[in-house]
Design a protein around this ligand. Structure first.
Ligand code: Q46
Ligand code: ZN
Ligand code: ZN
Length: 317
């Protein structure tokens, strides 16, 4: 297989795009496409300040690399969750994120959840009813809160995450199976900011996971290969497997599923009335972030309960 641009040996063959490229042309193709999507979906401009949520994995580091190369003003945010899983998951991913930032002279904010809130994510999960063995619910709630807080306090215009097409198609598939119209109405490359919440953008949402992985590898980015140990058995992974079977029978199926959804949305398939946010939001009485719950937001209530149980345990011990 030869590169379509220069005729050299291709490093990647993208059957779904009927396109094969050599290393160098692939490394310029992917950022060019990202730039196209940033404009197409009006994600942000070069004058705006972007906060990239980096996990130390391939997608978020590839995204930060691309935005920096394209000349966007992008800082990073790493959230230390305190997850070990026998592989030192959090410590290793933080090391990768910090080395990446240091190597390129980029600014990275690190928020260590245990330091700020008083417990790691797995500890917090074991101390609340929000999933004892599976900390994903506390984790998701905490990450969203921290991202919003850092974006607001730092005056960032947009919060960018490294979600790829496989992630988006799996979320879309899950929401379609349950016809969660509220979630479907809010899913897309851009979620506009409102009431003190930063605009959320996903510049890599049209790239297959293997495309972002190939970019990170060919670019020589040192990222953490391990998934979070708690991701095992997640329904999103089952959905990804189902979609992968579809994709191998019909290359391009995943992309077409996602793009047809965006087109249906553009034509009004999910009217604004189905969006439960942002109407009815008010500032949390404790942290000031927008919430629909009366009084404190669920982040503050959850972490207050974690700290109270932790204190009780320490007293008993
Ligand atoms: S939610 Fe769950 Fe992820 Fe948090 S605990 Fe790990 S798998 S990192 S996206
Ligand atoms: Zn080439
Ligand atoms: Zn709050």
């Amino acid at each position: 297989m030869k590169c379509r641009t220069c005729g050299e040996r291709a490093a990647i063959n993208m059957r779904q795009h009927k396109l094969a490229l050599c290393r160098d042309h692939y490394l310029s193709w992917l950022p060019e496409q990202t730039e196209r999507f940033i404009h197409k979906y009006a994600m942000f401009t070069r004058q705006e300040q972007i906060l990239v949520a980096v996990s130390g994995g391939k997608d978020s580091l590839a995204l930060w690399d691309i935005l920096d190369r394209l000349g966007y003003r992008a800082d990073g945010l790493y959230i230390g969750l305190g997850i070990d899983g026998g592989v030192g998951y959090s410590a290793e991913s933080q090391r990768r994120a910090q080395a990446f930032a240091a190597g390129r002279g980029l600014r990275l904010t690190v928020v260590d959840v245990a330091e700020v809130e008083g417990a790691t994510i797995p500890e917090a999960a074991s101390l609340t009813h929000r999933g004892r063995d599976k900390p994903c619910s506390v984790c998701g709630l905490t990450k969203r809160h921290v991202m919003n807080r850092v974006a607001r306090d730092g005056g960032y215009d947009a919060l960018a995450t490294g979600h790829n097409l496989d992630d988006e198609a799996a979320t879309l598939f899950g929401n379609t199976l349950t016809w969660s119209t509220g979630y479907l109405a809010r899913q897309g490359p851009v979620l506009p900011g409102a009431d003190g919440l930063a605009r959320k953008v996903k510049p890599l949402c049209r790239f297959y996971e293997r495309e972002t992985a190939a970019y990170a590898l060919l670019r020589g980015i040192d990222y953490i290969y391990d998934e979070c140990p708690f991701a095992v058995g997640a329904t999103s992974i089952e959905h990804k497997e189902t979609l992968n079977r579809l994709e191998s029978a019909r290359p391009g199926a995943k992309l077409s599923f996602y793009l047809s959804f965006l087109e249906a949305k553009r034509r009004g398939a999910f009217p604004a009335a189905t969006v439960d946010l942002p109407s009815g939001l008010h500032p949390c009485s404790t942290c000031g972030q927008p919430t629909s719950a009366p009084g404190s937001c669920s982040f503050c209530r959850t972490w207050d309960a974690v700290r109270a149980r932790r204190a009780e345990r320490l007293t008993v011990a």
